[in-house]
Design a protein around this ligand. Sequence first.
Ligand code: TMP
Length: 257
Amino acid sequence: MNTRRTRIYEGKAKILYEGPEPGTLIVHYKDDTTAFNAQKMEVIDGKGVLNNRISELIFTRLNEMSIPTHFIRRMNMREQLIREVEIIPVEVVIRNVAAGSLAKRLGLEEGTALPRSIVEFYYKNDALNDPMVSEEHITAFGWANPQELDDIMALSIRINDFLCGLFLGIGIKLVDFKIEFGRLYEGEMMRVVLADEISPDSCRLWDLKTNEKLDKDRFRRDMGGVVEAYQEVARRLGIIMDSETPERSKPKLVKTD
Ligand code: TMP
């Protein structure tokens, strides 16, 4: 790794470095795992490598279906080359099943199917604990304009439809997830594109048959088996082979004669 390259920003789970060309950045996925606005912290060996691969697969597929993203290509085990965007300070949460803060706020039982997918917005501000906001707040305070918000809504719904199908195909229920968008400037043009990551850090993923949690709730709720759950998601997505997860491989028959 070139240690002289310029560090642009360090977040809770990722580091951004200057990219090889203007308008590009390198994102490095750390093993650092946080919850509840970093009140809970742990290093989970191998998590960054898995999230880098899972997010690569999802962003590649989204690019292929003409959903614009910041993703260019994966560079190595922990790093991706991305386009530099101006992050819109709004976290978009899309929910299909009641869980987490929604279940708590509205007194719903976790696992209750929602009448339809629900999109929520949170103001991206750690000092304020990412408060929930409405479209009115977003446009009134100028975090995004009405056209950008329309684009964010339309893209979020397409991304949810695609991800629900992708995960359903591998026996996983997409309960909810969080995404972020950025402004990509190309000469005189500006486009809203998907940024950040999509991984078990930012999604709730439940096994379709058993409802076993395959995401960061295992860390948030001290359930253990965090990396094993992320590996299982990667295995089902075809990213890692059974042979790469020896603890899960079945005993092999040995010839004795
Ligand atoms: P919530 O139920 O805690 O509001 O979370 C909704 C979804 O957003 C869930 O899939 C986890 C994800 N999420 C993040 O990625 N980052 C966050 O900071 C929070 C609070 C949630």
